[in-house]
Design a protein around this ligand. Structure first.
Ligand SMILES: [Zn+2]
Length: 493
C-alpha cells in the first residue's frame, strides 16, 4: 500500500510502527453548523480508516474538538450566551451531521477544555527545554530554537517572515513566534496556570491531545490542506521539541479543499453550504459518491451538476443491488473476484477512491448484463455491496421496487427499503401483505386500524412513513416469521 505524505512530497510504502495504526485528524471549532468542506475532510478520513480496517489493520482514531477559541467567544458574545453553551450546541450539531453522513465516530473525541492539565504540562516542558518563553502572562514558542521549522510547508523562516507579514509585538522575541498559552482577557473563559490565568492556543491543543491519546509518534495525521501552515507546522515544532522523538508523524495526509464557483469555500467569503442544507436535497450516499469521485488531494468543486450526476450514480447502484437473481442463487454465476482485486489495487495506490468507484460501476454494468443474459448475480451483488458499504461507507439500501403496489386501489403504492440485514422472501411477502392491508385502510378511511397496524409493525422493526402517493417502509430490523404470522392472524387476514 502506498500513501502520499506532504512531508516527503511523494508516495511512500505504508509501514505503520506497530500492530495498531494510530490516526489523528484535526477536528472542528464548534461555533456554527459544519459545512460541505468539513463533510469532504471527514468522509475522506472515514474511508481511509475503513479501508485500513478492511486490510486487516487495527486502527485507533482520535479527533479533537476545539471548544475554546476566539471565534467561539466572539460569536457567543454577539448572541449574548456563554461560550461553553455555544460550543456545546454546535458540537452536538456536528455529531448529528456526522451520523447523517454515515461517518463512524472517532475512538476518542477529546475536548480542549477537558485537557487543560495536559496542555499546561506540555507548555511547561517546552519552557524547561528552552523552546518556549513566558511573556506578559502568555507563553510563546521560540521558532528560532527549532532548526526544522518549515519542513512540512517546505519554507524557510526568512521566506515565512516575508510572506506572512507576521505581526510582531513587544512581547515576542521574533515576529514568527506563535502563542502556546494566551493571557486571560476580562470577560473571557480562563484557567489557572503557572503563568497566570489564561487559555490554550489552538496549535498546542493538538500536540497535547495526540500525545496523550496516541503517544509520541502517530502513523497518520490528517486535515485539510489549509492546515499545513501554520497549524501542522507548529504541531510538529511543539511535539518534536517536547518529546525529543522524531518523527512526530510518519505520514502527513492533507485533503483538497472544496471550492464553490472557483473560490475556496470559507466563512469570510460567505459562500458556505452547510451539511444540513446539502442533505435536504441529496442523500448521504449521493454526497459520499460526489466526494469520493475525485481524488482526496485534489480540490473539489461543489456544483449542482456534480451532485445530480452523483445522484444518478447512486440510483444505478441502488437498482443493481435490488435486482433479483435470475437463477435464485443457484447455477452458473458471474465471478466478481477480478473487480474486487482492481478495487483493492486502486485503494492501495494512495486511496484512489475515484478509480475504486469506477471499478464498482464496471461491476454494475457486468451484473446487469449477466442478469439480462440469465446468469446468476447474487455473489457479484454481495461483492459490490460489501465493498461499497464496508470501505466507501455507503448505506446502499436495497429497495424493493413495487412489490407491494396495489392493483385496483387507485394510485397508492408502497416502497420498501432494506438497510443492513436482509429479510427472506417469506418475510418480505408477509410484510408486504400487512402494508397492503394498511394502504387499504387508509383508502377506506379506517384510520384507527391503519394506526394500529403502523404501531405493530414499528414494534417489529418495520417503520412506515406515509407519502402523497402511498407508503415508504424501512426494515430497521428483520421481524421473525412467527411474529408476523401472529400479527396477520390478529388482523384477520
Ligand atoms: Zn490540529
Amino acid at each position: 500500500m502506498k500513501i502520499y505524505s506532504t512531508l516527503s512530497g511523494k508516495k511512500e510504502e505504508f509501514r505503520p510502527q506497530g500492530d495498531e495504526v494510530k490516526i489523528y485528524v484535526c477536528g472542528v471549532t464548534p461555533y456554527s453548523d459544519a459545512h460541505i468542506g468539513h463533510a469532504m475532510s471527514y468522509v475522506v478520513f472515514d474511508v481511509i480508516r475503513r479501508y485500513l480496517r478492511f486490510r486487516d489493520y487495527k486502527v485507533k482514531y482520535v479527533q479533537n474538538v476545539t471548544d475554546i477559541d476566539d471565534k467561539i467567544i466572539d460569536r457567543a458574545n454577539k448572541l449574548g450566551i456563554p461560550p461553553g453553551e455555544l460550543a456545546e450546541k454546535y458540537t452536538k450539531s456536528y455529531f448529528d451531521d456526522m451520523e447523517d453522513l454515515n461517518i463512524e465516530p472517532a475512538d476518542v473525541y477529546p475536548r480542549a477544555t477537558g485537557e487543560i492539565d495536559k496542555i499546561i504540562e506540555v507548555v511547561g516542558g517546552l519552557i524547561d527545554k528552552g523552546y518556549a518563553y513566558p511573556a506578559g502572562g502568555s507563553v510563546y514558542f521560540r521558532v528560532r530554537s527549532d532548526p526544522d521549522y518549515g519542513k512540512l510547508s517546505h519554507r524557510s523562516l526568512e521566506a515565512m517572515r516575508a510572506a506572512e507579514c507576521a505581526i510582531g509585538s513587544q512581547e515576542k522575541e521574533d515576529a514568527m513566534d506563535f502563542v502556546l498559552w494566551k493571557a486571560a482577557k476580562p470577560g473571557e473563559p480562563s484557567w489557572e496556570s503557572p503563568w497566570g490565568r489564561g487559555r490554550p492556543g489552538w496549535h498546542i491543543e493538538c500536540s497535547a491531545m495526540s500525545l496523550k491519546y496516541l503517544g509520541d509518534t502517530l502513523d497518520i495525521h490528517g486535515g485539510g490542506q489549509d492546515l499545513i501552515f501554520p497549524h501542522h507546522e507548529n504541531e510538529i515544532a511543539q511535539s518534536e521539541s517536547f518529546t525529543g522523538v522524531k518523527p512526530f508523524v510518519k505520514y502527513w495526509l492533507h485533503n483538497g479543499l472544496v471550492q464553490l464557483a472557483g473560490d475556496k469555500m470559507s466563512k469570510s467569503l460567505g459562500n458556505l453550504i452547510t451539511i444540513k442544507e446539502a442533505l435536504k436535497n441529496y442523500s448521504a450516499d449521493a454526497l459520499r459518491i460526489f466526494i469520493l469521485n475525485s481524488h482526496y488531494r485534489s480540490p473539489l468543486t461543489y456544483s449542482e451538476e456534480g451532485l445530480e450526476a452523483a445522484k444518478s450514480a447512486e440510483e444505478r447502484l441502488l437498482r443493481v443491488v435490488s435486482r433479483d437473481d435470475p437463477v435464485g442463487g443457484k447455477g452458473e454465476a458471474l465471478d466478481a473476484e477480478s473487480y474486487r482485486q482492481q478495487f483493492i489495487e486502486a485503494m492501495d495506490d494512495d486511496f484512489n477512491t475515484a478509480k475504486a468507484l469506477g471499478v464498482l460501476f464496471e461491476l454494475t454494468s457486468a451484473i446487469n448484463q449477466a442478469a439480462d443474459a440469465g446468469v446468476g448475480i447474487k455473489k457479484a451483488q454481495n461483492t459490490l455491496v460489501s465493498l461499497a458499504r464496508e470501505v466507501l461507507g455507503l448505506k446502499l439500501p436495497r429497495i424493493i421496487y413495487g412489490k407491494a403496489s396495489l392493483k385496483g386501489l387507485g394510485t397508492l403504492t408502497a416502497r420498501g427499503t432494506v438497510i443492513g440485514a436482509q429479510p427472506t422472501s417469506e418475510t418480505e411477502e408477509r410484510v408486504n401483505r400487512i402494508v397492503e392491508e394498511r394502504l387499504k385502510c387508509r383508502q377506506e378511511k379506517k384510520w384507527q386500524r391503519a394506526d394500529e397496524i403502523r404501531e405493530k409493525l414499528t414494534e417489529l422493526g418495520v417503520v412506515l412513513e406515509d407519502t402523497k402517493t402511498g407508503t415508504d417502509f424501512t426494515y430497521k430490523s428483520v421481524p421473525s416469521e412467527e411474529s408476523l404470522d401472529k400479527l396477520i392472524a390478529g388482523l384477520g387476514l
